[in-house]
Ligand binder design. Structure first.
Ligand SMILES: CCCCCCCCCCCCC/C=C/[C@@H](O)[C@H](COP(=O)(O)O)NC(=O)CCCCC
Ligand code: ADP
Ligand code: CA
Length: 571
C-alpha cells in the first residue's frame, strides 16, 4: 500500500466476532472494533477512561486521528507491529458456542507490542479471519508494504552473550526469550558466546561491521562496557583518530548497540528503557528504536584509560565494586553484601576535584525535569552547545581551555560522575534523577566526609522521593569535564608517578599496602574508580563528556502518561 493509497476497510472475524477493521496509511495504524459488542459486556466508566487514553496514545503516535473510533476499539500503530503472517492451517476459531476447525484458513495473524505496567512490553497476537483468499492476500500485502517502510528496523545482528554475568543465565535468557522473537520478526543473527573477559571487545576490532545493522550484548553493565570499548575503539581506528589525545573529537559510532539485560545491575538498560526485562529490550530492538547517548572518556594525562556511560564513581561505589568481585559467586547479591560492609567501613578519601561547569546545559541537577523519550532538555542543551562551539570558533567568546575551572579540596566519602540518571532496580530514580542521556554533560556529585547516620540518610533518599542532594555535606554540579587527584599525588610533579609506580614490580604505594592489609585499621589512602562496573587502577584521572557519541536500540524512558497503565488496548 503506497502513501496516499486509500484506506483498507473490511469486516473480518476476530475470535468469532465480526469486526470492522481498517488500515489507513496516512494514520499508519491498524484499528478494529466489534460491530456488535458481546452481550453482557457493558462498558464501565473505567473502560471509557482507558479508551480515551488509548486514543490519546494513538493520536500522539500517529500525529492525530482523523476518525474517532467508536467504543470497543483497538488501535495498533504500524510502527508497533512486530510481524504479520498467514495464520496456521490448523488454527481453530470460536464461532458462537461451537469450536470449528478451518481446513484452509483465509486468515492472517498480526503480532504487535502491548504496553504493560512500568515500561514493560509484551508481544501479543491477534488473528483476523477473512471471507475469501483474495481479501486475505490484500490485507497481507497492505500490512507487508507498510512494514517494509519501517526502514529503521534491523535485519541482521551480531550478538555477544556473556554466560557468566549476573545469575549466569545469559544464554538461557537469549535462547528462550529473545531468539524466538527475533525469528518471528525475521531478524537473522550471528551469536558469539564469549569464552573469556574482553572476548567481545577484541572481536569487534576484527569483524566486518558492514554486515550488521546492530550489535547486541547479553549481560550486565560490564558486558556493555566491553562492547562499548570494542565499538568506539574500532571506529576511532578506522577513522585514524588517536584516543590517547584527551582533546580529540571522537568519531561517532553509527551502528546501534542493543542490550539484553542479564547482568547484576543493568543500569544502562534500566535508565534507557525503564525496566530490566529481556522481552521488552528485544521488542525495542525489533522496532528499530534509536537513542543517542553521551560517552565520557577517562584519561590520565596523555593516556586513554576507559570510556563510561553510566557512573564513574570513586570512594563508596569503587570500594563496593572492588570488594564485591571477591564474592562473585553470590551473583547480584554480592553488591548488597559489599554495600553493607562499605557502609560500616565509612571510608573517606582526601583529594582535589576540579571541573568546568556545562554552562550551556538547559537543565540543572536539582531541577524536577526527567530525561524522557524525545527529551527537550537534551535537544536544547545540544543546540546551545553547538551554538557555543560555533561562537568559539569565530572568536566571539573566550576559549574556555584555561578559564572557568572550579576547584574543591576535601575529604570525600564518594565522588560520582553520573552521565545518566543511573536508575536501576535498587534505586528506581538513580544516582542523579535529573541527569540526561544525551545533553553533552554529566552530574558531578561530591559527598563529603560525614557521620554514618548522615551517609545512611543520603543513601536512603536514593530509594524514595526525597532529594538526595539536600544535605550540607553533598554538592552536585552539571559539568562538561572534571579532574581528580588524590592527596598523595597532589604535590607530585611527575605526572605519571602513579602509573610508573605500578609498572615497577615490588614497588608499592601506600594505598596498595593498605588494601593488601585490610586488618591494619587505617583509613585507606586510595579507593578505586568504578567505571560502569569495571575497576580502574589509576586514581588520578581526567574525564570529559563526548556528546551523543553512540546510539542504542532504545527510545529513552517513555512518559508514563503514554502507557496504558493497567489497561490493555482492548477496552
Ligand atoms: C539503604 C539503602 C541504600 C540503597 C542505595 C542504593 C543506591 C544505588 C545507586 C546505584 C547506582 C548504580 C550505578 C551503576 C553501576 C553499575 O554500572 C555497576 C556494574 O553493573 P553490572 O555490571 O550490571 O553488575 N554496578 C555497581 O557498581 C553496583 C552498585 C551497587 C550499589 C549498592
Ligand atoms: N566468558 C567470560 N568469562 C569471564 N568473564 C567474562 C566473559 N565474558 C565477559 N566477561 C566479563 O564479565 C564481567 C561482568 O560481566 P557482566 O555481564 O557485566 O555481569 P555482572 O553484571 O554480573 O557484573 C565483564 O567484565 C566482562 O568483561
Ligand atoms: Ca549526559
Amino acid at each position: 500500500m503506497q502513501s496516499g493509497a486509500p484506506a483498507l476497510r473490511s469486516v473480518l472475524t476476530v475470535k468469532g466476532q465480526s469486526c470492522e477493521v481498517s488500515l489507513e496509511p496516512e494514520r499508519a495504524a491498524l484499528c478494529w472494533r466489534e460491530l456488535r459488542p458481546r452481550r453482557g459486556r457493558e462498558r464501565s466508566r473505567a473502560a471509557e477512561l482507558c479508551l480515551t487514553r488509548v486514543l490519546h496514545r494513538a493520536r500522539a503516535l500517529t500525529g492525530g486521528l482523523k476518525h474517532q473510533f467508536p467504543p470497543g476499539g483497538h488501535v495498533v500503530p504500524v510502527s508497533e507491529i512486530i510481524s504479520v503472517e498467514d495464520a496456521d492451517a490448523g488454527e481453530t476459531y470460536h464461532h458462537g458456542s461451537n469450536w470449528q476447525h478451518m481446513c484452509k484458513p483465509h486468515a492472517f495473524t498480526v503480532h504487535y507490542v502491548q504496553r504493560m505496567k512500568k515500561h514493560r512490553w509484551s508481544c501479543k497476537a491477534v488473528t483476523f479471519w477473512c471471507s475469501d483468499e483474495v481479501l486475505c492476500c490484500q490485507w497481507l500485502k497492505a500490512l507487508g508494504d507498510l512494514l517494509d517502510r519501517q526502514t529503521c528496523r534491523p535485519k541482521h545482528l551480531l550478538v555477544y552473550i556473556n554466560p557468566y554475568g549476573g545469575k549466569k543465565k545469559g544464554k538461557q535468557i537469549y535462547e528462550r526469550k529473545v531468539a524466538p522473537l527475533f525469528s518471528l520478526a525475521g531478524i537473522s543473527t550471528e551469536v558469539i558466546v564469549t569464552e573469556f573477559a574482553n572476548h567481545a571487545r577484541d572481536n569487534l576490532y576484527e569483524v566486518n561491521l558492514d554486515k550488521y545493522d546492530g550489535i547486541l550484548c547479553v549481560g550486565g553493565d560490564g558486558m556493555f562496557s566491553e562492547v562499548l570499548h570494542g565499538l568506539i575503539g574500532r571506529v576511532q581506528k578506522d577513522t585514524a583518530i588517536d584516543p590517547n589525545d584527551p582533546d580529540v573529537v571522537l568519531s561517532p559510532c553509527d551502528i546501534r548497540i542493543g542490550i539484553i539485560p542479564a547482568g547484576s545491575t543493568d543500569c544502562v538498560c534500566f535508565a534507557t528503557v525503564g525496566v530490566n526485562d529481556p522481552v521488552t529490550s528485544a521488542l525495542h530492538i525489533i522496532l528499530g528504536d534509536s537513542q543517542v547517548l553521551d560517552v565520557c572518556a577517562v584519561h590520565r594525562k596523555k593516556r586513554f584509560l576507559k570510556y563510561t556511560v553510566s557512573n564513574l564513581g570513586y570512594g563508596f561505589y569503587g570500594d563496593i565494586l572492588k570488594s564485591s568481585e571477591k564474592n562473585r559467586w553470590l551473583g547480584p547479591a554480592r553488591y548488597d553484601f559489599a554495600g553493607f560492609k562499605m557502609f560500616l567501613s565509612r571510608n573517606w578519601y582526601e583529594g582535589t576535584v576540579s571541573f568546568q561547569p556545562a554552562k550551556w546545559a538547559a537543565g540543572s541537577p536539582r531541577d524536577l525535569t526527567r530525561c524522557r523519550s524525545g527529551c527537550d532538555v537534551c535537544r536544547q542543551s545540544i543546540a546551545q552547545l553547538e551554538e557555543h562551539q560555533r561562537a568559539q570558533a569565530r572568536g566571539l567568546v573566550r576559549n574556555e581551555q584555561e578559564d572557568d575551572w572550579k576547584t574543591i579540596k576535601g575529604k570525600f566519602m564518594a565522588v560520582n560522575a553520573a552521565n545518566m540518571c543511573c536508575a536501576c532496580p535498587r534505586s528506581p530514580k538513580g544516582l542523579s534523577p535529573a541527569a540526561h542521556l544525551a545533553d553533552g554533560a554529566a552530574d558531578l556529585i561530591l559527598v563529603h566526609k560525614c557521620s554514618r547516620i548522615n551517609f545512611l540518610r543520603h543513601l536512603i533518599r536514593h530509594t524514595n522521593k526525597k532529594d538526595q542532594f539536600d544535605f550540607p555535606f553533598v554538592e552536585v554540579y552539571r559539568v562538561k569535564n572534571f579532574q581528580f587527584t588524590p592527596k598523595h599525588l597532589e604535590e607530585d610533579d611527575d605526572v605519571d608517578a602513579e602509573s610508573t609506580d605500578m609498572a615497577i614490580p615490588g614497588k608499592k604505594n601506600f594505598a596498595q599496602i593498605c588494601a593488601d592489609h585490610p586488618s591494619c585499621g587505617c583509613n585507606q589512602v586510595n579507593s578505586v574508580w568504578n567505571c560502569d562496573g569495571e575497576t580502574l587502577d589509576q586514581t588520578a584521572i581526567e574525564m570529559r563528556v563526548h556528546s551523543q557519541l553512540i546510539k542504542l536500540f532504545a527510545r529513552g524512558i517513555e512518559d508514563s502518561k503514554l502507557e496504558d497503565v493497567g489497561c490493555p488496548s482492548r477496552v
